[in-house]
Design a protein around this ligand. Sequence first.
Ligand code: UDP
Length: 470
Amino acid sequence: MDGHAIMVSFHLQGHIIPFVNLALKLASKGFSITFAHLDFVHQQISQSQRNPTQTDIFAAARSSGLDIRYTTFSDGFPLDFDRDGANFDQYVEYYRDGFPDIVDQLVAKILHSHPSTAASNYFLIADTFSVWPEKIAKRYGLVNVSFWTEPALVFSLYYHLELLRGKGHVPVDGRREMVDYVPGVDSINTKDFMSYLHDTELEVIHDVIFRAFDAVKSADFILCNTVEELEADTISALQQKQPFYAIGPLFPANNSIAKSLMPEADSADWLNSRPPGSVLYVSFGSLATTDRSVIHEIAGGLLLSEVNFMWVIRPGMVNSGGGVLPEGFEDTTRKRGLMVPWCSQNEVLRNPAIGGFLTHCGWNSILESVWCGVPMICYPLFTDQITNRKLVVDDWKVGINLCEGEGIINKEEVAEKIEFVMSEERSEELRQQMEKVRRTLENATSVDGSSNRNFDGFVEDVCHEIFRRQ
Ligand code: UDP
């Protein structure tokens, strides 16, 4: 195979992890890969001490014979520029207007650096949230592949933004109405739309999403980190429009190179000393944070429920010096609770001690939890997490809501939900359903399972398209 993929991920952890696993999977099929990160992302990953880094993973891949090159490029801002805080709007505007030229230069550089490879052998894999792929793929004659790291349902809602706007359902602006006209989506309440579709004031983000989903309509192929059997109708409706391949779940546990580098969880000894199914794992994703009052109520619920727990929490949230945990929380829970700033989540979820997962509903966390058969308590915060919750709780019935009153939580309700999920007897139905969905994921990734077949189909189609253009 002479195909060479240029892969440019979006800069957030939840996007980077599946991108890296996709790179490994493609390389194992014989493709050459050049994987590009922004300098500041590279620096963040290198300094985070969240091993293994991309550099480690790709070095291991190269020494096992895979052709993966890693490069970084600058977005033109200083490394320590605060892109998420006060400058967020400015950065999003730049992402929309200035980024296309930067990626253009990157692609030109990559193409020139391998003069022996014909330009027509290259293809581009960009995160669907990118506004630039259409222009760049056209300019250099590259096959244009879009990679969507969230569920097909979320893709479909963004894809039909114009329809939703036309019907007056976006922006949601506080309304609660059922929508039943999106192709392949049976029905969905507007309250379950992604957070970006609710606000009337996020003009720049709306514009970026709008442009990105306009641009994706010209992609040659779309890959999605989901499982066909779990979102069959939505996927089949999207396939009527464009070549769309469900190839998930893509995560390290499914990949021998990434898996071989996965550190044993620091918490392994602690977890191994707990009875099976007795520990609640609590995490709000790679940012490990949520509102301080929410943290206070969750801690209160953990106190009342008296369960064992392992909690990924930012050090600043833990007591001493302006913390938000209830008075005496650490002392009272010392014997049954472990708080860490970061962990190897895949490893933790696989530990038999884990009996439930209180999650923010990040898509990777959901896939990882289902993979390990761990039922979820859902507290989505924003973006796709709101819509992902619907899949987990309403559609697949493998999790419950942390609170029924939209976003307002209190420690008594938290304790009640925790006790329910952690009691094998009370949550038996949930666990049986989880086992069914877990098997669906397992089957999809088996040798002749849907995700592998779809991936092979994509490989064949992209090779055919590369060949056709030569
Ligand atoms: N993660 C991890 N350790 C942590 C917290 C998160 O390994 O302490 C990983 C987790 O396994 C998942 C990713 O970070 O693969 C988070 O992605 P997700 O889509 O769940 O949420 P996001 O961080 O994008 O909100």
